[in-house]
Structure formats: structure tokens, C-alpha cells
Ligand binder design. Structure first.
Ligand code: PAF
Length: 278
């Protein structure tokens, strides 16, 4: 695995692969890798001749009082895992490489970013689309891999790629869960053993809400019941727990199209998100 920190080197490596007729996959990450990230890498490995993984903790997608400064960093272990998984290039640029002095361009996807995490983390998706647009341009990959745990991110990135005619296919990869149902997340590292025992309740509540909605309960009632259940188990705050359409993220009361139940909730210092199909 080659470690690259400069954009021009990444472009030249990918151009060499292209000359040889190789297909390329890219897996954008912020590091602190877990089995969920590795399933993205595995999907990329299976579908492409060459795989690039990026590690860049993107400052522009964090709000002022969020965890940018304390975001988990397991760099040595990350490199070992990526190497063992057969990644060809790890692209790990410095902040100045991505955002040089005078950088002033924003990429904004309207509508899809107003709800759910967009409402509770204003500006978050503007930072995500800004950096993902840049990473996709730099990598020039055939395919890019995103986890379904961050369903809204996946939806927003897909819309951006369509709207801006970026020639990279966005490939969704199913959420990886612990045996108790907890969706794997780098932020689970913030949880104490006691909180780790409570955290799976979020996925259970979403599954119950989805079941209730499928059984005919109005979505608002099912989501209110699930919110109460989450708070009763020890979560400090629920930012949202809502049923929305899978593609357009529109609210629904009686689903007649593909829908999902989405939640974000605070447990100790972690903000956990998850979603479940109805
Ligand atoms: O999902 C993430 O880890 C980040 O939002 C991403 C896509 C790497 C952009 O910084």
C-alpha cells in the first residue's frame, strides 16, 4: 500500500492505472476505522482493479461545539488494516492540501439537507458535499463507497453527483452491526461500558417503530412511542426520530413507497445515528 499525501501524486498514480486499463474504487473515510469501513473497502476491492482509501478528518463538516478536536484517531491501526485488506493507496492529505489559503468555494445541496441531521447540525452537509466533491474530483474513480448507516449523507452525495455530473458511481453498502444490533460507528469509542449496553436500544426502537408502521400504525404515533422508549433507557436527548421516504427524505404518515425510520440521539458524550427500513 502506497501512502500519498499530495493531490498531484494521487492523480498521477490513478492516471498510471488508467493507462493500464484498470478500474478504480475510492472509499472516503475520516479514519478510526471499524468493520463498517472495512466492508466498504471489501466492496471496493471486489468491484475494482485498484482501491484508494482516503483518511481526512474534514473540519468543515463539524459545528463549533462538536468533536472535531477530539475525533478518534487510530492511524497506525488504520494503516495496518487497510494494508491487510489489499488497499493500493492510502490518501491522507494535510488540511492545507485540501483547503489552501484563500479557499472559498462551497457545494450546497438544497432541500435534502434541511431535515434530520441537516436540521440538528446546521452546515454539516455543506461541509460533507464540499469535501466529497473535492475527493471524488481528485480520485477520478469509477466507483465510490458509502455506508447506509449515514443514509442522509448517502442520499445527499448521490444527488450532488447526479446534479454536478460527476463521473463516479456512488455505491451504497449495508450497515454493519454488532451482534446486539448496535450500528458500528467511530463515535461508539466515546461510550463507557455501561452506555455500550444501552446503545443497542436505539436500533431496537427503530426496528419496533418500523414494525408498528408496517402493521398500520400512523408513523407519527410509532415514532413518538419509539422516542419515549429511547429516552426511558437512558439516552439524554433525541434530536429526531422520524419516518421519511428513502429517496427524497420526505415525511410520511402512511407509507406507500420505500420508507425508513431515522434517528439521532445523545448518549453520554456521543451523538449516535441509525436508520431502519420500514
Ligand atoms: O462519512 C464520513 O466518514 C465522512 O462524512 C466523509 C464521507 C468521509 C466525508 O468527510
Amino acid at each position: 500500500m502506497r501512502l500519498i499525501t499530495e493531490i498531484k501524486e494521487l492523480r498521477s498514480e490513478v492516471a498510471g492505472w488508467r493507462d493500464e486499463g484498470f478500474s478504480v474504487g475510492v472509499v472516503p473515510t475520516m479514519g478510526a476505522l471499524h468493520a463498517g469501513h472495512m466492508s466498504l473497502v471489501q466492496a471496493g476491492r471486489g468491484q475494482n482493479d485498484r482501491v484508494v482509501t482516503t483518511i481526512f478528518v474534514n473540519p468543515t463538516q463539524f459545528g463549533e461545539n462538536e468533536d472535531f478536536d477530539s475525533y478518534p484517531n487510530t492511524r497506525a491501526a488504520d494503516e495496518a488494516r487497510l494494508k491487510a485488506a489489499g488497499v493500493d493507496v492510502l490518501f491522507a492529505p494535510a488540511r492545507s492540501e485540501i483547503y489552501p489559503d484563500g479557499f472559498s468555494t462551497r457545494v450546497i445541496v438544497d432541500g435534502l439537507t434541511d431535515c434530520l441531521c441537516g436540521a440538528s447540525r446546521p452546515g454539516h452537509f455543506d461541509g460533507v458535499t464540499q469535501v466529497v466533491c473535492k475527493l471524488l474530483n481528485m480520485a477520478g474513480a469509477d466507483r465510490a463507497y458509502f455506508g447506509e448507516k449515514d443514509w442522509q449523507q448517502l442520499t445527499v452525495v448521490r444527488r450532488m453527483v447526479r446534479d454536478l455530473n460527476i463521473a463516479t458511481e456512488i455505491v451504497p453498502v449495508p450497515t454493519v452491526r454488532a451482534p446486539d444490533g448496535l450500528a458500528l460507528s467511530s463515535r461508539n469509542a466515546y461510550l463507557s461500558p455501561e452506555a455500550l449496553a444501552v446503545a443497542p436500544r436505539l436500533a431496537q426502537a427503530l426496528a419496533e417503530a418500523a414494525h408498528d408502521i408496517r402493521s398500520g400504525m400512523a408513523a407519527s404515533g410509532a415514532c413518538a412511542k419509539a422516542t419515549e422508549a429511547v429516552l426511558e433507557t437512558g439516552f439524554a436527548k433525541v434530536d429526531y426520530l422520524e419516518c421519511r421516504t428513502a429517496d427524497g427524505l420526505e415525511t410520511v404518515e402512511k407509507p406507500d413507497t420505500a420508507c425508513r425510520v431515522f434517528a439521532a440521539a445523545h448518549l453520554e458524550t456521543a451523538r449516535l445515528i441509525d436508520n431502519w427500513p420500514v
